[in-house]
Design a protein around this ligand. Structure first.
Ligand SMILES: Cc1cc2nc3c(=O)[nH]c(=O)nc-3n(C[C@H](O)[C@H](O)[C@H](O)COP(=O)(O)OP(=O)(O)OC[C@H]3O[C@@H](n4cnc5c(N)ncnc54)[C@H](O)[C@@H]3O)c2cc1C
Length: 470
């Protein structure tokens, strides 16, 4: 009899898992709380403008390409990607630091401001690239450990993996504003460089050597491709249905129960809900000690966001970060820089994003709204545009309600400590037949990582149910 699998959630992780399993002959049903697929990576249309809900940049084209290949798809021909040449600028009271796709142009800009920093930056990028190439195969392995480092001849980079982002960047000898600008990818997640894993130091190497990309029709076009392919492969989708619990009998998954009390039997379940949320809220198979440990993992708030229409084109770069002293950064995203065709009667879509510390976001909706209003009043971004209209907004509690987020958070923040202890596994150690797909199993909250995770979760399931097939 064909093995039946239920996938909870049609985010990037759930979709990749569903497609992978369907292609290998499993009977797959995806149950999604929202009315459409894509999760945090989905887009929406309002007032004639197309917006991405959350993501704005692809920093790991290689990873996404790998995931597409594994699913029998070709990224290049499925999604129209535009390379971002003028990538980002970080402005603070003391300096503006500008990153281009071109390494030489970026290094020359640094050299003009801080003598000697151009060569230091080039050296840093070259050495990070070597580490990246060594570690890359480990991204495609479920729950990698020491043995995998040996297997992929990556043992020499083990000391690097054990360090924090701050310790890696401090050793570069680069000026403080450049170090702050290099840490921005961790800062935008509301995290300090001292807590962040060293692997975040590889982002500049990715930008200069692989390139940063943006799909012409928005990031939302990526899960759309996966959802279409999954449907063609026979995956059944049920939208507008929330799963309340995963039922287990004698330590083995028996099926899921919907919020309306319907029981749906299945041989296995892949959860694309938050990893921590799955163990703490959807199943009672999690042992008490594991629950206590999971409760302590630091969570990441999705922050506040304003979806804007702006008059006149914003000049490059594509991303402008503002870094006020002693506060979290803010970000203005200008797709008009890359996709002039998004114009409607002289107006373009843009987004204003600001991370919020999880603890602060937890202090309630009125605090979240106040924070968003304050960001909307700030002069740094208003000075860059002629006129604007706020088309829509989201605060953490709205993200939480709309995307069924555990405690209104994204998956647990990947800290240096969690990286050392090991990420959450794709195969649940607590209930047989339960698997996790999505960003919680990978070293960061990226669309590509969630897709890779979905494939690895599916492969663990295949190993367990069809040992000869995987
Ligand atoms: C503001 C913001 C900016 C970001 N920027 C970037 C970026 O620039 N680049 C990048 O690569 N990534 C970025 N990300 C991260 C990226 O969007 C996520 O890492 C990725 O989309 C997560 O995919 P996922 O599969 O883990 O889960 P999700 O996207 O969370 O999908 C889970 C799905 O499961 C459904 N679901 C959950 N629980 C249930 C349930 N109980 N029953 C039924 N359905 C359920 C949800 O509705 C959702 O559709 C950003 C995210 C945000 C919020």
């Amino acid at each position: 009899m064909t093995t039946s699998v239920i996938i909870i959630g049609a985010g990037m992780g759930g979709l990749a898992s569903a497609l992978r399993l369907a292609l290998h002959g499993f009977r797959v049903s995806v149950i999604e709380a929202r009315a459409s697929a894509g999760g945090l990576a989905s887009g929406f249309e309002k007032d004639g403008f197309l917006f991405d809900a959350g993501p704005y940049i692809l920093l790991d084209r290689n990873g996404l390409e790998w995931a597409f290949n594994q699913l029998g798809l070709d990224l290049e021909s499925s999604v129209s990607l535009r390379k971002i040449e003028d990538v980002y600028e970080v402005s603070s009271e003391s300096a503006s630091v500008h990153f281009h796709s071109d390494l030489e142009e970026t290094a020359a800009g640094f050299e003009r401001q801080w003598k000697g920093s151009g060569k230091r930056y080039r050296d840093f990028v070259e050495s990070s690239l070597i580490v990246y190439e060594r570690l890359r195969p480990l991204l495609h392995v479920s729950h990698p450990g020491l043995l995998d480092l040996i297997r992929f001849r990556a043992l020499t980079v083990a000391p690097f993996v054990l360090r924090s982002l701050k310790s890696v960047l401090d050793r570069t000898g680069l000026p403080r504003p450049v170090i702050d600008a290099l840490s921005i990818w961790t800062h935008i997640a509301g995290q300090q460089a001292s807590e962040a894993p060293s692997v975040m130091a590889m982002v500049p190497a990715l930008i200069h050597k692989v390139g940063a990309y943006y799909p012409v029709n928005g990031i939302g076009s990526i899960p759309e491709v996966l959802a279409r392919a999954a449907e063609s492969a026979g995956v059944e989708f049920r939208y507008g249905c929330k799963i309340k619990s995963i039922r287990c009998t004698r330590g083995r998954v028996a099926g899921v129960e919907t919020a309306d009390g319907e029981f749906i039997a299945a041989d296995a379940v892949v959860s694309n809900h938050s990893g921590v949320g799955t163990y703490l809220e959807l199943t009672d198979a999690t042992p008490r000690r594991a629950s206590e440990r999971l409760k302590k993992l630091p969570l990441q708030s999705p922050g506040v966001i304003a979806y804007l229409a702006v008059k006149g084109r914003i000049r490059p770069p594509y991303l402008r970060f503002n870094l006020p002293a002693n506060e979290l950064c803010r970000l203005l995203v200008a797709p008009s820089v890359l996709a002039p065709e998004t114009e409607r009667d002289g107006w373009w879509p843009a987004r204003l994003i600001a991370p919020m510390r999880f603890a602060e976001a937890e202090s309630g909706e009125s605090r979240q709204r106040e924070y968003l209003s304050r960001i909307l009043e700030e002069s740094w971004w208003r000075a860059l545009i002629e006129e604007h209209r706020v088309i829509a907004t989201r605060i953490p509690s709205e993200w939480g309600r709309e995307f069924t987020l555990y405690r209104d958070s994204m998956n647990a923040v990947m800290t240096a400590q969690l990286m050392r202890r090991g990420r959450l596994s794709h195969r649940s150690p607590y209930a047989r037949g339960l698997y996790l797909a999505g960003s919680s199993t990978h070293p960061g909250q990226w669309v590509s990582f969630a897709a890779i995770s979905g494939i690895l979760a599916a492969d663990c399931l295949r190993e367990d149910y069809e040992p000869d097939a995987a």
